[in-house]
Ligand binder design. Structure first.
Ligand SMILES: [Zn+2]
Ligand SMILES: [Zn+2]
Length: 152
């Protein structure tokens, strides 16, 4: 993918800012109902940066643990959803809407959480579509919880 690097983003009010030194490794849609609720939209778009390339540079999100294996970061001042963090991962996936230039990074991975897709929303981009259960990332996080890993 190509776009302006470093990649920067943050919340609506500016209390939280982040920076990544490299392009995202992937950008993906999630249509699951939890993302719909958490984001207030009918799907989410998330981007992942390599560990070490990403950091929050101003402020820190507040976290809501939405399942035993995932928490979701948001700005406590303005409510912007900023990240989705799977247990024991070094970095979160960032909401593409929080990017300063989301137009630079079109989704390239897949549509996951397809069981939650609203029927009147048509997908026509040719990317693979899969249910949440098929996500390798989520399956690994669930396995860590089953093995006794918990949030510190
Ligand atoms: Zn904010
Ligand atoms: Zn989701």
């Amino acid at each position: 993918m190509s776009g302006i690097v470093p990649v920067t983003g943050g919340c609506l009010c500016g209390a939280i800012r982040w920076r990544a030194e490299t392009p995202p490794e992937w950008v993906a849609y999630c249509h699951c109902h939890m993302c719909q609720k958490a984001l207030g939209g009918i799907f989410g778009v998330f981007a992942s940066f390599p560990p070490g390339a990403f950091r929050y540079t101003k402020g820190e999100p507040r976290y809501y643990q939405s399942s035993p294996w995932a928490r979701r970061g948001f700005c406590a001042d303005c409510g912007t959803s900023l990240d989705f963090w799977l247990i024991d991962d070094a970095v979160p996936a960032l909401t593409l809407g929080g990017f300063d230039r989301p137009e630079d990074w079109p989704p390239d991975l897949y549509h996951t959480g397809i069981e939650g897709k609203v029927p009147w929303h048509a997908i026509a981009d040719g990317l693979p579509q899969q249910p949440s259960d098929a996500s390798v990332f989520v399956r690994e996080a669930k396995a860590k919880v089953a093995a006794g890993k918990s949030w510190s």
